[in-house]
Design a protein around this ligand. Structure first.
Ligand code: F6R
Length: 609
């Protein structure tokens, strides 16, 4: 949700900034801009659309932009439509800023500044920051920033340049992520370390009420009174290749293919003697034993990983689980007791609603456990316990490999909970873990079905609507499957519990409408087949996902298309169903000429409500 970069060094700042913005483009991509110091002036360029447009503009204005110090921004519009005017940086004669987040009290502040004769030119909330800094700045940047951030309500990450401080970049944050990365003869401010991994993997996390000042050869972190703060340096273990396409046409396809490896990396440190073991995360059996109920709270795909988790934990460990969308949970005054555990799931670790849900639970002294992919993210830092997933950087906006590792953790956790609650003995648990360890190979087999899946996508490319039907665990996978297809190929998809369709929605089933039928759960299979017959009788085209074993029980007349999945224990089927859905969404998106890595209107890291 908006990407920020600041650079001070020896290289050409516009090039480093454009390069960094390309890496941050997944955070927003409706417009972009940069400011650099040049000949005692701050020069700013902005353009609508992708970073490539800004790059072209930069190339045309090369001479005016020669500089070693500057800031840049890629925008995901919240206040004001995407336009050159609304694009960042926002500036005055004294200052230029880029902003990520939402300033909730901007109208009030705007009114105050208008009374002091400031004139506003954009529809954004961000412009207020530039004007307010201009108002407070009297030669001391730290003092001005300190005054400004104490007046801002809402969420922000800022990178700032003052015209009379030409070697320096400043920054501050509240809620939205911001790091300072340390290079040799160069330093950076960025929304995340991916933006600058090419130059360094050393960085500081910045907290609220801290102000950063960087130059080519110095980094200062100060509190709001201007006192220096000492911080621990973090080392990112993601390498540059991990954040590049490495020969794949799209990040999404690369990340789908990385799933077997991502699962291996995530589960290996947590399996000892074929049993789940969270000592790696400082979580022992006594800790897990004390909870009577679990809440799983997350957004989007991460929440759907939680839906799989609920099914597993309740089935295997017999602990009741509620799953909630974070934006609802935080405002619904949930009934929480001291014996409850709140699990939040997040790839980025920065999702505003998920972070707020975590804080809500903490404020009520409820124990919190985060399953997070980004080390050092806000959620990872604030939760009581953290299980880090090792998917590596996920660049494509739609989540794929991060989902599968979240699901893998859910399996480990449910088996562990079953052990501590004596619902499984060690031998039974080992059987489950042995199957879990085979999942990377099973996923590779499914990825091998890509051509088959592409043919089906080609056949249904002109459809406007689609349904996904399943029961039980299969339904949990339908939620993720239909979200993937919606966001990547813009087809309107409805995931439905198969038995629920006849209570209204079946009226939407008409001739030739494709219905994806997930029928992998043996105990629900006959019921599922009856439901599929109901849609077939109304003219639907059925796309079956099932196993060769179960296929033998299906009458040929009700099958239009079929994808045969590896035969594995029912409870593990999400591992092989969801990659099929990911590939279906990918191929459909490509066939329909959609930007699969950056679907319209989306941003990877949703740091606003
Ligand atoms: C969909 C997708 C989103 C995210 C959601 C939560 O493909 O990626 O639905 O899952 O925005 O993001 P995180 O996991 O970063 O909290």
């Amino acid at each position: 949700m908006c990407g920020i970069i600041g650079y001070a060094g020896e290289l050409q700042a516009p090039d480093v900034i454009i390069d960094g913005l390309k890496k941050l483009e997944y955070r927003g991509y409706d417009s972009a801009g940069l400011s650099v110091f040049n000949n005692g002036e701050i020069k700013t360029i902005k353009s609508i659309g992708r970073i490539i447009n800004l790059e072209e503009l930069k190339n045309k204005n090369q001479d005016e932009l020669i500089s070693n110090v500057g800031i840049g921004h890629t925008r995901w519009a919240t206040h004001g439509k995407p336009s050159e005017k609304n694009a960042h940086p926002h500036f005055t004669d004294k200052v230029s800023i880029v902003h990520n987040g939402i300033i909730e009290n901007y109208l009030k502040l705007k009114k105050c500044l208008e009374e002091k004769n400031y004139v506003f030119e954009t529809e954004t909330d961000s412009e207020i920051v530039a004007k307010l800094l201009d108002y407070y700045y009297q030669g001391d940047p730290i003092q001005a920033i300190s005054k400004v951030i104490s007046r801002l309500e809402g969420a922000f990450a800022l990178a700032i340049m003052f015209k009379d401080q030409p070697q320096k970049i400043y920054g501050a944050r509240k809620e939205c992520p911001l790091i300072v990365a340390l290079g040799e003869n160069q330093n950076f401010i960025a929304s995340d370390i991916n933006a600058v991994l090419e130059y360094t993997n050393k960085y500081y996390n910045i907290d609220y009420q801290e102000i950063i000042e960087i130059s080519k050869d110095s980094v200062e972190i100060l509190d709001i009174d201007g006192n220096k703060i000492k911080k621990q340096i973090n080392i990112a273990n993601w390498n540059v290749a991990a954040a590049q396409k490495c020969g794949y046409e799209h990040f999404m396809l690369k990340e789908i293919n990385e799933q077997p490896q991502a699962i291996n990396s995530t589960i290996s440190p947590r399996i000892i003697d074929f049993l789940p073991d969270f000592n790696y995360d400082n979580i022992d059996s006594d800790y897990l034993k004390k909870f009577n109920k679990i809440f799983i709270v997350a957004c989007g795909t991460a929440m759907y990983a939680g839906m799989v988790g609920k099914d597993l934990i309740e089935k295997i460990a017999r602990v009741p689980v509620e799953v909630d969308v974070a934006s609802e949970f935080r405002y619904r005054d949930p009934i929480l007791t001291k014996q409850d555990l709140l699990i939040v799931i997040s790839q980025s670790g920065e999702t505003a609603d998920t972070l707020a849900a975590l804080r809500l639970a903490k404020s009520k002294q409820i124990e919190t456990l985060a399953i997070v992919n980004v080390v050092g993210s806000s959620i990872a830092r604030e939760a009581d316990k953290v299980i880090t997933t090792f998917a590596g950087p996920e660049i494509a906006v739609a989540s794929t490999k991060a989902y599968i590792v979240q699901v893998a953790v859910m399996y480990l956790l449910s088996i562990k909970l079953a052990l501590v609650n004596q619902k499984l003995d060690k031998n039974q648990a080992r059987e489950y873990i042995k199957i879990l360890m085979q999942m990377p190979e099973a996923i590779s087999d499914v990825i091998g079905l890509s051509d088959n899946i592409k043919n089906i996508a080609t056949k249904y490319q002109n459809t406007k609507d689609m349904f996904f039907l399943g029961r039980g665990l299969d339904f949990a996978t339908c939620l993720e499957g239909s979200l993937k297809l919606k966001e990547i190929s813009y087809i309107c998809c409805q995931p439905y519990q198969a038995g629920e369709l006849k209570h209204g929605t079946i009226s939407l089933i008409t001739d030739n409408i494709p219905v994806v039928c997930v029928a992998t759960q043996t105990n629900l299979f006959d019921k599922m087949i009856s439901n599929i017959k109901e849609v077939k009788a109304r003219g639907a085209k059925t796309i079956f996902l099932t196993t060769p074993e179960l296929e033998t029980k299906i009458e040929k007349e009700i099958i239009d298309d079929i994808i045969l999945l590896p035969c594995i224990k029912d409870i593990f089927m999400p591992f092989v169903i969801v990659p099929v859905f990911q590939l279906m969404a990918y191929h459909m998106g490509i066939i329909k000429d959609c930007d699969v890595d950056k679907p319209r209107n989306l941003a990877k890291s949703v740091t606003v409500e």
